[in-house]
Design a protein around this ligand. Structure first.
Ligand SMILES: [Zn+2]
Length: 256
């Protein structure tokens, strides 16, 4: 098992949703690989922060901006030393603490997909290594997923001047792997998750037309989540960019 595969499974391992065989392989990799152990520890801390201490929905824009800028620096991990990355992570932790504690309420099943999308978006924003493949265009990002997923993520949109594609990564979405694409709109990061749609509870509130598909748009803690299904695949698009911009991007991704 290589580092990329191991990192993909760290979250599933902590959620105890790996089968015994996969778990043993990840454990064996962690026993040998200090870099992945560090990643696992940092990500565990991040998960705790995301689940227990989130900025209030009305956190000032300046704070959100500060958090996003924290993320933009670690986006080039090869140029950052460990100390810089650690201090960035600490700064995020401090900023989250300053933002105030957010009480995490039990949610209806319909909201689980939306909550997961927001958490996973934050996980991308605050990660040490948010992008496994940096964009040289969609033609470099899409082939990277081959062999790493058991489905082909269908995304018609290649990025443009309004919504440049920054890159991609594998994420773990609820109980399954997802292709993650990161776009940008001015200073806002936008994360797209593409995953197998079967067996999930889809939001039914706030229906919205997404190109040829019907979806839903929900706002949670200041982040908009547009989710929709196309064929066997599910899509969740998340950002604090304005709703109109997010709808525009969703339509580009879904196709007319
Ligand atoms: Zn490793």
């Amino acid at each position: 098992m290589d580092c990329t595969e191991a990192k993909t499974l760290l979250l599933a391992r902590r959620r105890a949703s790996l089968d015994a065989d996969a778990r043993a392989q990840v454990d064996a990799h962690l026993a040998e690989c200090a870099a992945c152990r560090h990643e696992d520890a940092a990500d565990a801390q991040l998960s705790m922060l995301l689940e227990k201490r989130l900025p209030r929905p009305d956190a000032p824009a300046s704070l959100k901006r500060a958090l996003e800028e924290r993320w933009i620096v670690p986006a080039r991990p090869r140029k950052m030393g460990r100390i810089a990355r650690t201090s960035a992570a600490m700064a995020v932790g401090a900023a989250l603490a300053i933002a105030g504690l957010y009480a995490w309420h039990a949610r209806a099943p319909d909201d689980a997909l939306v909550a997961e999308a927001v958490n996973d978006h934050l996980r991308v924003l605050y990660s040490d290594h948010p992008l496994e493949v940096e964009s040289g265009g969609i033609h470099r990002v899409k082939p990277w997923f081959e062999g790493r997923l058991d489905f082909a993520p269908v995304v018609e949109f290649a990025g443009d001047d309004d919504f440049p594609l920054l890159g991609g990564a594998i994420a773990y979405f609820i109980d399954r792997k997802a292709a993650t694409f990161v776009f940008k709109r001015r200073l806002h990061q936008i994360t797209l998750f593409v995953f197998r749609a079967d067996g999930l509870h889809w939001p039914v509130a706030a229906p919205v037309t997404v190109g040829a598909a019907e979806g839903s748009i929900v706002t949670l803690r200041g982040f908009h989540v547009i989710s929709w299904r196309q064929g066997d695949l599910g899509y969740a698009l998340v950002s604090d960019a304005n709703e109109g911009d997010l709808r525009t991007l969703a339509t580009k991704i879904a196709g007319p």
